[in-house]
Design a protein around this ligand. Sequence first.
Ligand code: SF4
Length: 474
Amino acid sequence: MPRRASTIHFVSLGCPKNRVDTEVMLGLAEQCGYRHVADPTDADVIVVNTCGFVESARQESIDTILELAQHRTTGKCRKLVVTGCLSQRYPAELAADLPEVDHLLGSSDMLRLREVLAGTAPRVAVGDPASWLIRASDPRRLSTRGASAYVKLAEGCDRKCAFCVIPSLRGRQRSRAPDDLLAEVHQLARAGVREVNLVAQDTVAYGRDLAPRQDLPSLVARIAEVPGIDWIRLHYLYPDALTKGLLSLFAEHPRVVPYVDMPLQHAADAMLRRMRRGHGRARLRRIIETLRERIPEVVIRTAFIVGHPGETEAEFDELRAFVAWAKLDRVGVFRYSNELDAPSSRLPDQVPAKVAERRARQLMKLQCSVSRRRLRALVGRELDVLVEGPSEEHELVMVGRYYGQAPEVDGCVYLSGAEVRSGEIRRVRITKAADYDLLGEVIDDPPPLRSEPMPSTLAGWSKEGRRVTLRTVF
Ligand code: SF4
């Protein structure tokens, strides 16, 4: 009887950058002869790729590990592996407190999963967070829906935001060489990807650490020339001055979607100073005014933190006034998390949790009415929609996203009126808007069938080219 292929189950927690790391480990596990299973009860090995940068994410990681540890003690799981930012941050504590965990790998130790699967790895293999940078030659198995994929431009961050521990978890900024990135994008295009989501901790800083120095607009312009890639989306843009090059790409390049994901964090000058963001509200206003002037159809996503030490009611009111003025499309609101190894934790005037919660509720309520109005304004418009696949609600109802909806974090468009296939870009008339999602009628004729994506066999990509469905928690 042929020996049964060993099975492995992955859970990917946290941000899209962590997701790419999970996909590398997926590709590597396949190279080692493992088959991915969606059900942990069927897995010989379980890997939890954790997030650890704020309290809520840490709690989620711990809860997920403890939940899956049951399969290690009572199920068929022979190895429980914890990787990512939580094990990078607390290797000794996790090793001591979680005897169920067989191996701990850090945020730069993904490729050491090979040793774990070969049975040659130590229990704790947590190295220098700055020791790894993904390459196009690394194995990878895609797990995102439809014809969309993330591309990690760099690792680490050189900024010093007072509330953030990511630089200590991921190390200094390390940009990938442009040619290596282009090689990866070509592989993705050959595998049928049409939308690439460019991610990094600090995307606008791409290339500043390279010799010769590179810049983001030039890289994006080269990526836009890759045949088969129709949509390029940029994430995590630090609100530095928007370069002319970047503005022109957003405003003029047909393949760069006018979607600006730019975490602003706050809008009161005194608070932005306390957060060490390096700019004030005037710059944020100028950026939004310039974006709207140059790119009238621009969709802006951002994130704010409420309850940061020192935040007064007056500063919170300044933030609310800014949100009311800015009329942003997508806003994430986070309550400050007191990270003991971040400078903010040593600031006076810590804000009580109850006050932070109330402020978060008020800000989300204000933004909800803004988002709803902006979505309703799309009713009657005709938009291109990238078809993702069956909806979660019903396999016969297909969904997609228009340029203003990023994968997994923004709503979607429910499609009717014609048969559509995953990966197609179809012309859709928006007929209805809900709080986060849209309904639309397909109005164009089906496009010619694209040639079957050529399973990318370059560099250890999974031969079948099929994607796996991962359990992910954002
Ligand atoms: S830019 Fe982002 S990742 Fe870098 S320190 Fe600031 S918040 Fe953290």
